[in-house]
Design a protein around this ligand. Structure first.
Ligand SMILES: Cc1ncc(COP(=O)(O)O)c(C=O)c1O
Ligand SMILES: [Zn+2]
Length: 361
């Protein structure tokens, strides 16, 4: 773990061991303090997430032009909403905002080999940004990861290692790799900071929406959006934040299970197979914060079954929006909620990575 601004864990331990990927108490690192959001400091001539560089704790490191995604009105059988087209990112997924932020930090630290675990998109993103940064990368992926994502990883010169077992076992195998600096995006606070910029763009594009419905595996984008709107509220720029709704596949829904049981922290679940390959997280690193945000914003969590995901995927494609099945989970969840059209749904991953899934439905 490395950073250009001071770190602390949620229990207040300072981050002296800067190469550790988490605090010795087991919690993830956070930045000690983030710059206060200042609308006058937005670099309006920059059409990427780096228009908010003054509000981020790291310098502009490596960029492939991430951020600056369109917000479009959509009407589907599941409802009317505004879609934030995050799949138009350089590597075809919303991960790129976070990856750009944390690869810049790793390069500052002089990392020679980045090792990371991924369900596919984060690995494809890390592979591209490490290539741009001149850093080598080895990505650990679960068995069954889509061939396109593996192709993306190797096309830009990174290695991948396939691991049999659960998503957590992939992470454990990766952390045992003695050769590299563990750079799992789910743990890195810089990654979350990159995701805050999605909220700030939404605010510039349409103000504060009534609600946001977001797919949640680790909750990286969900928390980035929540923290981004919280930063606007803290700066006195807006008077409220959106209601935050988490969407999960019922095949792997630890946040939904904890929410309905009234728990403050998710318990690990045993996942069933799902087309939503990005949501196979059995125990999210910041699951307690995801639940706290849902409760504090009067939001909710919806677990959707496979037929509903497949139907939403098809409906999106019929409207010309080619996304991967994981992204369709949020639209399927929207169909279970009556939120009104002032709702934003981020569409997180490109359907070009999963064309076969559409051929099946
Ligand atoms: C396309 C897509 N959408 C959503 C998610 C879930 O994101 P998170 O794990 O940050 O909640 C992922 C995770 O890999 C993904 O690949
Ligand atoms: Zn600690």
């Amino acid at each position: 773990m490395t950073a250009t601004a001071p770190l602390r864990c949620a229990d207040g331990h300072p981050g002296h061991e800067r190469l550790d990927w988490r605090c010795r108490c087991g919690r993830p690192w956070e930045y000690d303090a983030l710059p206060v959001f200042d609308a006058a400091a937005i670099e309006t001539s920059t059409w990427s997430m780096w228009r908010y560089a003054a509000m981020l704790p790291m310098p502009v490191g490596v960029t492939l032009g991430e951020g600056g995604t369109p917000l479009v009105d959509v009407e589907l059988p599941e409802g009317r909403f505004r879609a934030k087209l995050e799949f138009l990112a350089p590597t075809g997924s919303y991960k790129d905002r976070g990856t750009a932020a944390y690869v810049g930090e790793m390069r500052v630290a002089g990392a020679g080999l980045a090792v990371a675990d991924s369900s596919g998109n984060a690995g494809a993103s890390l592979a591209a940004y490490t290539a741009a940064a001149g850093v080598k990368a080895r990505i650990y992926v679960p068995e069954g990861t889509s061939a396109v994502k593996l192709g993306q990883i190797s096309a830009v010169g990174a290695e991948f290692v396939t691991v049999a077992g659960s998503r957590s076992e992939v992470g454990e195998a990766c952390r045992r790799d003695p050769a590299g600096i563990y750079s799992g995006h789910s743990w890195h606070p810089a990654y979350l900071c990159g995701q805050l910029t999605c909220a700030w763009e939404i605010w510039e594009q349409c103000g504060v929406p009534t609600a946001i419905v977001c797919p949640v595996g680790q909750g990286g984008l969900f928390l980035g959006l929540a923290r981004g709107f919280a930063a606007l509220l803290a700066a006195g720029i807006v008077g409220r934040v959106p209601r935050m709704f988490a969407a999960q596949a019922s095949a792997c829904a630890p946040v939904a299970a904890a929410f309905s049981a009234g728990r403050s922290d998710p318990e690990p679940v045993s996942p069933r197979p799902s087309v939503a390959e990005g949501l196979r997280t059995v125990a999210p690193v910041r699951g307690a914060e995801v639940l706290a945000v849902i409760r504090a914003t009067n939001g909710g969590v919806v677990a959707v079954d496979e037929p509903a995901i497949e139907a939403a995927h098809r409906h999106l494609a019929d409207a010309g929006l080619l996304v991967e099945p994981t992204s369709a989970v949020a639209v399927a969840a929207l169909g279970c909620l009556r939120l009104g059209e002032d709702t934003v749904v981020p569409l997180t991953g490109s359907g070009l990575k999963a064309l076969a899934a559409l051929a099946d439905c």
